[in-house]
Design a protein around this ligand. Structure first.
Ligand code: BDR
Ligand code: CA
Length: 316
């Protein structure tokens, strides 16, 4: 069922377990039409992120969505992956069948520029990895800020500890120069969905365990890519970082925000730290309707009803 006009969407990913869940969620969200997915080095090298993205979209029956490969390394910082969290293959070791579509020839920054031009004033961009592709596109075409209707960034740890270091969240830490450039640009609308809110949203191991082992579709994807997290690694939950940012792009009422100016630290022990000062142009997420969001994810991915109560002992 489609209610009203569908939001034209571009998703930038470093797939990645929670990126995969966000992509699955996007394919099951009737409010949107996904025009393209761009990939970037982050959780895993960009070749692997691209292959994972193609496999996930094929698995979800969405192989018609074009995928554009992007930056293989941060603008200035060295590349550090997050394979310890996402597994060596980025999908928690899950072996999804090979993709039924090839990557496009156009690069990710060029695709961002072209889609923003073609859908000027309408395109919503959701950035779920390091901001390298967005920064390059912005450098090539500064008018991007006026063409994109809204940019939603999963990134930052404003009033909470980081997840790579005590100071920094992964996506900002991975490419702090790109983050500073993107967060300072004069977008029509820019929203930062950081750990302050994503750490209030998790899928629990108990909820995951209720999924049948032979489940298919987005339910089966969830079962497969989270198995390592909940068994080998013994976590009690998986934070829904990227799915939350995706959901916010389609329904901003899930969060409440404060307009801030965001400063990013480039190096030293506080590399990647995000400090928010009141009064700027970045809408920093402060609160989230977590229960409603988690239930929506479960319903759209076809999961059994989720458990919402109880603090998670260990989640990632
Ligand atoms: C972010 O870092 C990555 O590991 C996740 O995919 C998410 O985008 C959370 O800090
Ligand atoms: Ca990600």
């Amino acid at each position: 069922m489609c209610l009203g006009r569908q939001v034209p969407l571009l998703v930038d990913v470093d797939t990645g377990i929670d990126d995969a869940l966000a992509l699955a969620l996007a394919t099951r969200s009737p409010e949107t039409r996904i025009l393209g997915v761009t990939t970037v080095a982050g959780n895993v090298p960009v070749e692997l992120a691209t292959d994972n993205t193609l496999r996930v979209l094929s698995w979800c029956g969405a192989a018609d969505i074009p995928v554009f490969r992007g930056a293989s390394r941060p603008l200035a910082a060295g590349f550090q992956d997050a394979a310890h969290v996402h597994g060596a293959n980025g999908l928690g070791g899950a072996e999804l069948p090979g993709p039924t579509r090839n990557v496009e020839e156009l690069s990710a920054p060029q695709a961002i520029i072209q889609l923003a031009e073609a859908y000027a004033g309408e395109l919503v961009v959701v950035a779920l990895g390091p901001l390298t592709n967005i920064a390059i596109a912005l450098n090539l075409q500064p008018e991007l800020t006026t063409k994109v209707s809204s940019l939603v960034v999963m990134g930052g740890a404003f009033d909470v500890p980081g997840n790579v270091t005590s100071a920094a969240e992964f996506n900002i830490y991975a490419d702090p120069h790109a983050a500073a450039h993107v967060l300072a640009a004069p977008w029509s609308s820019i929203v930062a969905v950081g750990l302050d809110v994503t750490h209030q949203t998790a899928l629990s191991r108990a909820s995951w365990a209720r999924i049948a082992e032979d489940a298919q579709g987005t339910e089966g994807l969830t079962r497969r890519i989270l198995a390592r997290t909940f068994t080998e690694r013994g976590m009690s939950g998986l934070y829904l970082h990227d799915p939350l940012a995706l959901a916010v792009a389609l329904d901003p009422s899930l969060i409440s925000t404060e307009p801030c100016h965001v400063r990013v630290t480039f190096d030293g022990a506080e590399r990647g730290q995000t400090r928010a000062e009141n009064g700027g142009a970045v809408d920093v997420a402060r609160r989230v309707r977590a229960a409603e969001f988690v239930q929506r994810v479960a319903q759209r991915l076809g999961l059994p009803p989720v458990e919402l109560s109880g603090a998670l002992r260990s989640a990632e």
